[in-house]
Design a protein around this ligand. Structure first.
Ligand code: UD1
Length: 420
């Protein structure tokens, strides 16, 4: 299994191009299932999760063409509406095929994703919504088995804000008979990107980005070309890495518009951040002080502070001046990086969903274990500032979500090496 070796103590400096958003690309790839015509996507990041989703779609009969960041999907030959356990277990987002498959084929068999390191993460809301739209759903031998002649529009209310739940139901509703209203919808920018792609394919959707989304079902969708939005979590991660090292960086191909909560906290920590227009979206320029001030955060659905940036902020707080309180309200078990950070010398106390981080003057390199995707990012940030060498084990998590991370960090002046 690959490991990452980081020699800490180098200030990040320079420019890096941000990739397309993994969490926008995954649902949008599934949107291709909704039409017989080709869907072409640009700015698709080259990540293991994207590869997994393409494999999953291909085994359903979708023709996939990939040329760097451009992917064309043709689902005219879709003949096997099945998502097997072997694929779903490696990536929970596979559940995103459920809504489109039921809408287009009238049937689907999708493995239940099961638990994952950061929490139980059930999919009951996806099932509840599709049932309300008239799908006949049973859970048999670990699979969600859904059938319907045609979905019908319905008023849907999810018990909690769920991102992929909203996306699944929105994709199902575009081909349903009549109007669907999703209340308590997720407002994440990735939901809006998916809605924009669906509209380009002929769907009738209004309200995406608010907590009430209205969808008028249509008979069929057509092909389209869509550019995937920039990855706000990748961008936030590099901003944190630069901030932690007292660095100065310019990130291109991204946008600060989706990052208000993160940028705000980095400014509270003492960073100077400004945006510049660049040919591809915006550039964000960050200049960090010698030592950051501790900042408290509370994760919550967008536009509040993203849970996917919690581990990175725990890492920067570990070295900041003062004490911070981190509250995780989305996932019940998302502090596993805390014990790993403690191995580097961080002072963190956990009580339920709250972490109290007392900033220390220095971290020291050690061997640590990545437990999930964003936890890995937090450990990298800590490794970049720790004295001496840090080895991060199980970095396959990282390859699921960060494109060319060693190259990007190296270009910014970090000393990072992959050990196979
Ligand atoms: C998505 C993101 C993930 C991010 C998360 C929260 C993708 C591919 N992944 O995950 O990176 O961390 O949003 O911003 O976009 N829940 C239920 N029942 C359901 C659905 C959700 O109880 O049917 C719970 C979950 O267990 C969790 C909370 O609702 O506690 C929010 O989860 P959700 O927004 O669904 O996360 P994902 O869409 O899986």
């Amino acid at each position: 299994m690959d490991k990452l070796l980081i020699e800490g103590g180098h200030r990040l400096q320079g420019e890096a191009e941000m990739s397309g958003a993994k969490n926008a690309a995954l649902p949008i790839l599934c949107a291709a299932l909704l039409t017989r015509e080709p869907l072409t996507l640009t700015n698709v990041p080259q990540l293991n999760d994207i590869g997994t989703m393409l494999k999953l779609l291909a085994q359903m009969g979708v023709a996939v063409q990939r040329d760097g960041s451009v992917v064309t999907l043709d689902a005219s030959g879709l003949d096997n509406p099945l998502a097997p356990y072997e694929m779903v277990k490696t990536m929970r987002a596979s559940i995103l095929v459920l809504g489109p498959l039921v809408a287009r084929c009238g049937e689907a068999k999708v493995s239940l994703p099961g638990g994952c390191a950061i929490g139980a993460r059930p999919v009951d809301q996806h099932i509840k919504g599709l049932t309300a739209m008239g799908a006949d759903i049973a859970v048999e031998h670990g699979y969600v088995v859904a059938r319907t002649s045609r979905l019908r529009g319905a008023r849907l209310f999810t018990d909690m804000v769920t991102v992929t739940g909203t996306e699944n139901l929105m994709m199902a509703a575009v081909l349903a008979d009549g109007e669907t209203v999703i209340e308590n919808a997720a407002r994440e920018p990735e939901v809006v990107d998916l809605a924009n792609c669906l509209v380009a394919m002929g769907a009738r959707i209004s309200g995406a980005g608010s907590d009430v989304i209205r969808i008028q079902g249509v008979e069929r969708l057509h092909g389209a070309t869509h550019r995937i939005m920039p990855d706000r979590i990748e961008t936030g991660t590099y901003l944190c890495a630069a901030a932690a090292t007292g660095g100065e960086i310019r990130l291109t191909g991204t946008s600060a518009a989706y990052l208000d909560a993160v940028v705000d906290k980095l400014m509270d920590a003492g960073c100077d951040i400004r945006t510049e227009k660049s040919p591809s979206f915006e550039a964000i320029v960050l200049r960090a002080p010698q030592r950051l001030k501790a900042v408290s955060i509370r994760t919550a659905p967008y536009p509040a502070f993203p849970t996917d940036m919690q581990a990175q902020f725990m890492a920067i707080n570990a070295l900041a001046e003062g004490t911070s309180i981190i509250r995780e309200t989305i996932f019940e078990n998302r502090f596993m990086h805390a014990v790993e950070l403690a191995r580097l010398g961080a002072d963190i106390r956990i009580d339920g969903n709250t972490a109290v981080v007392q900033g220390v003057a220095q971290l020291d390199g050690a061997t640590v274990m990545a437990t999930d995707l964003r936890a890995s990012a937090g450990l990298i940030i800590a490794g970049l500032v720790a004295r001496g060498e840090t080895v991060i084990e199980r970095i396959y998590h990282l390859d699921r979500g960060y494109e060319r991370i060693e190259q990007k960090l190296t270009a910014l002046g970090a000393t990072v090496r992959r050990l196979s």
